[in-house]
Design a protein around this ligand. Sequence first.
Ligand SMILES: N=CN[C@@H](CCC(=O)O)C(=O)O
Ligand SMILES: [Zn+2]
Length: 430
Amino acid sequence: MNRLMIRNIGQLLTLRGASGRPKTGSSLSDLGIIENGCVAIEGETIAAVGTEQEVWHRLCQRWGERLSDKADVMDAGGRVVMPGMVDPHTHLVFAGTREYELEMRLQGATYLEILQAGGGILATTRKTRQATEEELLRQASSRLDRFLQYGVTTVEAKSGYGLDWKHEWKQLRVARRLHETHPVDVVSTFMGAHVVPEEYRNDPDRYVDIVVDEMIPQVADKGLAEFCDVFCEKDVFSLEQSRRVLEAGKRHGLMPKIHADEMEAMGGAELAADLGAISADHLLRVSDRGICRLAETGVIAVLLPGTAFYLMAPFARARDMIEAGVAVALSTDCNPGSSPTMSMPMILNLACLHMRMTPAEAISAATINAAHAIGRGWQIGSLEEGKQADLVLLDAPHYAFLQYHFGINLIDTVIKKGRVVVKNGQLVRR
Ligand SMILES: N=CN[C@@H](CCC(=O)O)C(=O)O
Ligand SMILES: [Zn+2]
């Protein structure tokens, strides 16, 4: 079994103490920092975390004396070590690109107008349906490589560019194969209710019936996803249709997630609260009442500032949410239309500069709270004994360098399940 000790860590961000429930309020600012820290890894798991002295003491008890003979040692050179980041909202598996929509939007077309004219998600659906499973796998795998280089060690991935069973299933199979073969862990969400496909344009309720009665039972039966999501939005899926989809998912053991209050305050956050969803995502226009309900019910707000930035829309009110006691997480929303990025560090920049989160709050939101938003707070998102050994070494002496710099990548080393997968910023070939 491999053993690795990382020593001489200037700032070790443990994010400890929140594996049971996400951070809220002032605890978001507490990164559990250990100065001159050390982490020991055994196999895929963290064996000890603490100051160098504490870790040596702990390991001598476990491994006996002469530790350096028993473990590889990595010198962090006084730099920052933190948990691998978790991206809890991506549309990872798709074919084709939509760079032409940028120009259309710059000329005044809105995201929803492009969609209604048969572009947007519908354009990506046409391409994704045409693509072979191998082609989708290849494209999504190279996106995961980039995620890894940006310090992300687990992503959630939604279906929703198939919009019929054959192609939704293809997307979910690709996500599963990536989880099995790529170093990044992939957690699947079924999102057959992403938009109404063109063939049901005149009968959207019939499409909802198909999602509810045919697709969700098969997804559950085949164990293809843990979560069920819906795009609850004006002219996409109504509140009532969204409720039907998420309730059906729940009956089949798929936990609800929701694209809520993105373009209009539709009451999506309130629906998430009613249903006990694990997260409500986007929330650019959420109402005050929606914020209160999220806080009361413990639904995690997954904020996607890359989308507001790229769609030139107002940013979510992260400060109001944090003050109200909502658990906030951050994500890229990686997709070909509204947020074509794999850069979590860029998301942290935007969270600070446009949503006024502090650097420490943003790191909590991108690690332990993001892990909770996909039901993995017990396993990842913090550096504590017994948790999965997913961690990142920054080429920086202070964690705030991650938000202070922009447009450059400070991720030096990434360790996934105890193995070095990125070194000097470069992927280590598998
Ligand atoms: N808003 C809906 N779905 C995605 C965008 C998908 C796309 O445009 O392809 C989102 O979360 O932003
Ligand atoms: Zn999305």
